[in-house]
Write a new protein. Structure first.
Lengths: 396, 126
């Protein structure tokens, strides 16, 4: 028996460009401030983006996934890059590198956008937040772990007058799931009514943290930025709650796939435009009218005329999952695309996938073939997400 | 008399006279985690030692199951289609993958017996 696809030991979650069989000694890997806790909890640790990270705990990927959807899960995402960008009128300046509407961001509000190259390809996707005090000369950033160095270089080159302040002395925890809000409320009641995509300072057992209401699971949830020194204590406090389980990268991947969320390096890369990636919603109205971001010509053309390929959801008809790399064909045998993420959705209780297809085959309901081990699996193009997103939309 | 042998790739083969049953070990299922799909070979398929014979998929990965010895498949375990998790709960019993006839019983000599496999597991977990 030998893994042939999607095995974590050959870095399933890793962006392709840095995905090399890991020959480096495990000692060369970085660790997060929660490393001792992961080991104590019996996590299976794997190399990911240069870090030793928990892929699963004894509960296992399937139950970790289901627990997050039914109660609350705590994820260590400290490998992600947290930084502040400081410079005069920084939101307007940063708009020169991304297509998101940043100038209209209110204090304490967060926006999802993409760093673009001159061809309109995605260098990375990231979160940008306006500080709670409304400081016009500072934004908070969270970028992908594997893209940190690349992103910081792009930001420095593109914004030579701004200062990048890395927060490498901070951990990032994600508390996700329908009960995440009531768990946080045990420590800081103010978190329960935070709008989706906002941040605020909070206190957990006397420890000062910054809480953002966002995540990567499709559920209501929070990301908690905490100093490295306090991270272990805060994590232990949260997993001590009876409805909170620690969740590894394996379930993080199946949760985001069910929710139709892109994984950088897999579902988008430096050749993919935000329009092709079906992220048009993340480009502000003013930005569409004014342009002023890298690759503007391509992106505005695709906006008006439609892209040649599009990211779509795919539902295999049978029980066999199709994994990343499976070729997508029309029933007469012509190749029209490729699967970029695929597997089994524990909540969907079926195989699910996403991939890129030529736009003429991207309409929901289109029957396509996914080529798995030389066989054609029937699959239908479907709207995503595969499982309804349940973000907080205000008190009912 | 039955005799169970093991491969380094964590398949087991239980030989009973001319025929044998093949599956993956408890160690293999625990490494894979929650199994969500199994593809077994059809009766009549000729398989050769070390060649791919079946596929097993967990939430996070697809893996190939290799033929421990050469021969012909006589039955694939149809029950795994609807209940692939049987491989997790009973890997050496109801979670068997396929039955086969052996074309060269001498190939069994190269496989590990229970004691050798137990020692092998200790070695790779060390």
């Amino acid at each position: 028996m030998k893994a042939v696809a999607g095995d974590d030991s050959v870095c399933v979650f890793e962006p392709r460009e840095v995905c090399v069989p890991d020959t480096a000694a495990l000692d060369d890997l970085l660790t997060t401030p929660l490393d001792a806790l992961h080991r104590e909890l019996g996590a299976k640790m794997v190399p990911f983006a240069g870090y030793s990270m928990p892929v699963q705990y004894p509960l296992g990927v399937l139950k970790e996934h289901l627990h997050t959807r039914s109660a609350a899960g705590l994820f260590d995402v400290s490998h992600m890059g947290q930084a502040d960008l400081v410079g005069e009128n920084i939101a307007a300046a940063l708009e020169g590198l991304v297509p998101g509407e940043l100038q209209a961001l209110k204090p304490g509000r967060i926006r999802y956008t993409q760093l673009l190259n001159d061809d309109g390809g995605i260098i990375d996707d990231l979160m940008v937040a306006r500080p709670i005090d409304g400081d016009p000369n500072r934004v908070h950033l969270v970028v992908n772990a594997a893209c940190k160095d690349k992103d910081y270089a792009v930001l420095k080159a593109g914004l030579p007058d701004a200062a990048l302040q890395r927060k490498d002395d901070h951990a990032l925890l994600a508390l996700q799931g329908p009960q995440a809000s009531e768990v946080l409320a045990l420590f800081d009641a103010g978190c329960t009514t935070m709008p989706f995509m906002s941040l605020r300072p909070a206190t957990i057992n006397g420890v000062e943290v910054v809480v953002s209401r966002c995540g990567y699971t499709g559920e209501d949830g929070f990301e908690i930025s905490v100093s490295a020194a306090d991270a272990d204590g805060v994590a232990r406090t949260l997993i001590d709650q009876p409805n909170v389980e620690p969740i590894g990268l394996g379930a993080r991947d199946s949760l985001r796939l069910e929710s139709g969320l892109c994984l950088y390096g897999h579902d988008m890369d430096d050749e993919t435009s935000p329009i092709e990636a079906d992220l048009t919603w993340s480009i502000g109205k003013r930005r569409r009218a004014e342009g002023g971001f890298p690759g503007e010509a391509r992106i505005l053309k695709e906006l008006h005329e439609g892209p040649s390929r599009l990211r779509v959801g795919l539902k295999p008809v049978g029980r066999a999952p199709a994994r990343e790399g499976a070729v997508i064909e029309v029933p007469d045998g012509a190749a029209v695309g490729v699967v970029t993420s695929g597997g089994f959705g524990p909540t969907a209780e079926r195989p699910i996938a996403m991939g890129y297809v030529a736009t003429e085959h991207a309409k929901p309901g289109t029957r396509l073939h996914l080529i798995v081990r030389g066989k054609a699996l029937e699959a239908d193009v479907v709207d995503m997400p595969f499982v309804p997103q349940r973000y907080y939309r205000g008190s009912k | 008399m039955t005799d169970t042998r093991y491969t380094k790739e964590h398949e087991w083969i239980r030989v009973d006279g001319e025929s044998a049953t093949v599956g993956i070990t408890d160690y293999a299922q625990s490494q894979l985690g929650d199994i969500v799909f199994v593809e077994v070979p059809d009766a009549g398929k000729a398989i050769s030692k070390g060649g791919e014979a079946a596929v097993v998929e967990s939430v996070k990965a697809a893996s190939e199951v290799y033929a421990p010895v050469s021969g012909t498949v006589t039955e694939g375990n149809a029950g795994l289609g609807d209940a692939p998790d049987t491989v997790n709960s009973d890997p050496t019993g109801d979670g068997w993958f396929f039955k086969m006839t052996l074309s060269d019983a001498a190939e069994l000599e190269g496989l590990m017996d229970q004691a050798a496999y137990d020692a092998y597991l200790k070695e790779i977990d060390a």
